[in-house]
Each structure stands twice: as structure tokens, then as C-alpha cells.
Design a protein around this ligand. Structure first.
Ligand SMILES: C[S@@+](CC[C@H](N)C(=O)[O-])C[C@H]1O[C@@H](n2cnc3c(N)ncnc32)[C@H](O)[C@@H]1O
Length: 272
């Protein structure tokens, strides 16, 4: 597996599994390559129910985006967007059901994912897909396409769904979130979902899974409510606070039967 020294792990470097394409495989997409499918299949063997947890994460993200839109948010900055789905269900689709003029900037590290997302968005004048790195918030905030679309003087929603657990503490994820927070207007919201193994052992960051991701150099962090809550410094959590994925404002469509749906730590905060 060839990886250039300037490429972070899991970003789709030639020949190596990509975190984005493995996720696409889990959710039934068709953008993965052999190394992605092999690593993802190994992860599914190591942790039956991983796909159920991933569906619960997507469902949380959609409920949270809808809730943000219902609170009047019309602009979204989604970092670690993965591969957009070919059909309704992306952030812009969900937000526009509430606010037809909602604008969304999708930021993703995996270049193939960015190209795919651009193709899905086509000539949508109110959505962009750019390549960017959460670890370089200054560059994301300075990206001309992001700046042309989003008005940072007005409230926006920053979504970090299933991305922070790939960032090691040594890379200062809290500092990066704080940098993004400081660029956001008061009343903006932060939406986070994070992998976590609950005290009963249910969750997606078991040693077996971590081994699969570490196998190609990707970190996989297990952060519980206390640690995940620290990403919300400067924000006030909205009810019901930090919960498992299916426990955050579930609706009649929320899958709650499988224990995996209750794993993870998710929440939304409003910037003070
Ligand atoms: C598990 S997927 C989540 C996709 C989507 N946010 C969701 O929740 O359905 C995580 C995504 O984060 C991306 N990612 C990982 N590290 C990143 C970074 N430093 N900057 C930007 N994206 C990153 C991966 O490439 C992958 O597409």
C-alpha cells in the first residue's frame, strides 16, 4: 500500500482502505474498492451490528439537521461528509424540507469522495463539496467556495458526524473544534456524533474494530459522554443533552430495538 507522507491515514490514498469508502460500503453504496471492502468486511465480522450502529448514526444526523432547521438555521458546514447518497437523505435534502433556501458546504478529506459529492450536487447553486481537512480549520474557513456560500456573521450549523473518533488527542481535536467555534456567530449550533462503547460493552470502538482501523494506520478513539462533552465548550447543550444515538429526540421512524442503536454519544449545542 503506497501512501504519500503528506496524506493522513484513511483518506483514500491509492491502494489503501479509505474510511470514507468503508463507510459507503457499510451503508450499501457502490463506491468501494477491494481494499475498502476487505477492511470493512473484517470490521463487520469483528463486530456484528456495526452496520446497525451506522444506520443509527445517519438517522441521528438527519434528526439533528431537521431540528437545527426547525430552530431557524439555514446554513450548514459539514466536515467529514463522506459520500453523499444518490437520492434524498443528505443534509441539504433534509434541511430544505424545512427551509427551502438552506445552503450546505460539504467538506471531506477523501478526494474520490469529494469528486463523487460534486457529481451528486451537480449545478446546485446552494451547495458545494470541497476537499478539506478538519485538522486544518483555518484552511477550511478560508476556502473560497465555503466563504462564497456561507455567511459566518449569521448562525450556522457545524456538523461533525462520526468523524471526531478518527482524530487522536495528540492532534488536538478540541482545539480544532474551538477554532471552528470561534469563527461561528452566536446562536450557531454544533452537532456531534461519536463512537463509544457503553458500560454494558455495546459499541463500535471495541479492541477488535480498533485493530482493523489501526491495521491501515487510522486511529479510532473511544470517548464517553464526559470527553465528548468537552467538544461542546462554549455551547449550551439542547435537550436531552448527550445520549446514545437512538435516544436523541427519536421519532416514529427511529430504530431502537437493537442495542447498537443506543451506543455512541451524540448531541447538539447552541453557541453561547
Ligand atoms: C464515518 S464517515 C462519516 C460520514 C458522515 N459524516 C456520516 O456521519 O454519515 C467519516 C468521514 O470523515 C472523513 N474524515 C476523516 N478524517 C477527516 C479529516 N481530518 N478531515 C475531513 N474529513 C475527515 C472520512 O474520510 C469519512 O468520509
Amino acid at each position: 500500500m503506497e501512501r504519500r507522507s503528506d496524506q493522513p491515514p484513511g483518506d483514500g490514498a491509492a491502494g489503501a482502505p479509505s474510511v470514507a469508502r468503508m463507510y459507503d460500503f457499510y451503508v450499501g453504496g457502490d463506491h468501494s474498492h477491494d481494499p475498502d471492502r476487505e477492511a470493512a468486511s473484517e470490521a463487520l465480522r469483528a463486530l456484528p451490528g456495526l452496520d446497525i450502529a451506522i444506520r443509527a448514526n445517519r438517522a441521528f444526523l438527519r434528526r439533528a439537521v431537521r431540528h437545527a432547521a426547525e430552530r431557524g438555521i439555514t446554513q450548514f458546514l459539514d466536515i467529514g461528509s463522506g459520500y453523499l447518497v444518490d437520492g434524498p437523505g443528505n443534509i441539504h435534502d433534509v434541511a430544505r424540507r424545512v427551509s427551502p433556501d438552506a445552503r450546505v458546504a460539504y467538506v471531506e478529506l477523501d478526494p474520490e469522495g469529494v469528486a463523487h459529492n460534486r457529481a451528486i450536487l451537480g449545478d446546485d447553486p446552494a451547495a458545494v463539496a470541497v476537499r478539506g481537512d478538519f485538522l486544518k480549520p483555518h484552511d477550511v474557513l478560508a476556502d473560497p467556495d465555503v466563504r462564497a456560500l456561507l455567511d459566518f456573521d449569521q448562525p450556522l450549523a457545524l456538523t461533525l458526524a462520526a468523524v471526531l473518533h478518527f482524530i487522536d488527542d495528540k492532534d488536538d481535536p478540541r482545539g480544532k473544534v474551538a477554532e471552528l467555534r470561534d469563527a461561528m456567530a452566536p446562536g450557531s449550533v454544533l452537532i456531534v456524533s461519536h463512537a463509544y462503547v457503553r458500560p454494558d460493552g455495546t459499541g463500535t470502538t471495541s479492541d477488535a474494530i480498533r485493530g482493523v482501523y489501526q491495521g491501515f494506520g487510522s486511529s479510532l478513539q473511544n470517548r464517553g459522554p464526559a470527553e465528548t462533552g468537552r467538544f461542546f465548550d462554549g455551547f449550551t447543550l439542547v435537550e436531552p443533552g448527550l445520549t446514545g444515538m437512538a435516544d436523541w429526540r427519536p421519532d416514529e421512524d427511529t430504530e431502537t430495538d437493537h442495542p447498537m442503536t443506543h451506543s455512541g454519544v451524540v448531541g447538539m449545542g447552541v453557541k453561547d
